[in-house]
Design a binder for this molecule. Structure first.
Ligand code: NAP
Length: 322
């Protein structure tokens, strides 16, 4: 009797499992560019959006370095355009979030919040998420003065003083965006020179609303119902102080969203290792964008990696079909 029971459960599992030639995890520039190329190759790919539709770029106010938009383009708008273009050729974008994967055999199995998928080939484009300072008070006050997205939360800080943490492109770009609302924006940076590109540095340093606090770190976020102040420390002099503020925007880098692939895909520092054809260590599994790129991390490079992964996945499936 037992084999029959197994047969039945396998059959019902088959009914629930959606089979696709190509499954793409993530709807940022890498995932949707992969979807565009795969759709044009008539693979009718399924894209699981993940929690953040459009990925990190959709939370960016303005993108000025994606070619084809001489006046810049809103991050959310760019995400929508990517999606529309992929869907026009038959990509299916599904609002679902993958929770676990089994890459031990094909078809690869992906269990998501709303369904299970079986895929002949897989493109991982799960992106990255913002790092936290990991100081007392930070987690408790997220959404109540602590933010990782100026585009999302900037408008709540009209005529207020806010702090930005970090010295990279994100910190300056988001800090400049915040000057639209805030009365002043203080960039708190742990060193005495910025990592950001020259144009952003020039704009930020010349903006009358922007101030800089060098060689300084936040050691505590203080507040009960909302953020009221930060404890700061000058790491050169050791001097400590409490600085009142209602908003702290943190831009200190990212961590790739790759935990579910641990032990299955080869990784380095959490980033999926790919060769120059976006192939992972498992044939049929490709990776693109910030899940696999700790270096460039640009919209255009992620989009390019997505396209490349898709071309490779198409060849992989074609070769197999003979
Ligand atoms: P990033 O370049 O890695 O900069 C992170 C910043 O946070 C650095 O200044 C770093 O300080 C600081 N930091 C790191 N950990 C810290 C900690 N625990 N406490 C305090 N400070 C800390 O990250 P990003 O600015 O997000 O940029 C990531 C990539 O995206 C880059 O390649 C960037 O070019 C790109 N990007 C480009 C644009 C654009 O071109 N418009 C916009 C946004 C992002 P140190 O400098 O001392 O290391």
């Amino acid at each position: 009797m037992k084999p029959e029971m197994n047969d039945v459960s396998e059959k019902s599992a088959e009914v629930e499992t959606q089979h696709t030639k190509l499954l793409i995890l993530g709807s940022g520039p890498a995932g949707l560019s992969a979807a565009l190329y795969a759709a044009r190759a008539e693979l009718t790919p399924i894209v699981l959006t993940g929690i953040d539709l459009g990925g990190q770029v959709a939370l960016t106010y303005m993108v000025e370095n994606y070619p084809g938009f001489p006046e810049g383009v809103g991050g959310a708008e760019l995400g929508e355009l990517f999606q529309k273009q992929a869907e026009r050729f038959g990509a299916k974008v599904v609002f679902d979030n993958a929770q676990s994967v089994d890459l031990s055999k094909r078809p690869f199995k992906v269990v998501a919040d709303n369904g299970t998928y079986a895929a002949d080939a897989l493109i991982v484009a799960t992106g990255a998420r913002p790092n936290h300072l990991e100081v007392p008070g930070e987690n408790e006050l997220i959404g109540r003065g602590i933010s990782y997205c100026a585009t999302c939360d900037g408008a709540f800080f009209k005529d207020r003083q806010v702090n930005v943490v970090g010295g990279g492109d994100s910190a300056l770009e988001e800090g400049l965006f915040l000057t639209r609302y805030a009365s002043s924006v203080t960039v708190i940076h742990r060193r005495d020179s910025l990592r950001a590109g020259a144009i952003l540095q020039e704009r930020a340093l010349n903006n009358p609303k922007m101030k800089f606090m060098w060689n300084t770190v936040i050691t505590d976020v203080i507040g009960k119902e909302k953020t009221e102040a930060v404890k700061i420390k000058n790491i050169k002099t050791g001097e400590e102080a409490v600085s009142p503020t209602e908003g702290v925007f943190i831009f200190i880098g990212h961590t790739p969203n790759t935990q579910m692939f641990e032990g299955q895909l080869r990784m380095e520092n959490g980033y999926i290792q790919v060769d120059n054809r976006m192939r992972t260590n498992i044939p049929g599994v490709f990776a693109a964008g910030e899940a696999a790129d700790s270096h460039f991390r640009q919209v255009i490079t992620s989009a390019g990696m997505g396209a490349a992964a898709s071309i490779e996945a198409t060849h992989f499936l074609q070769d197999e079909a003979g």
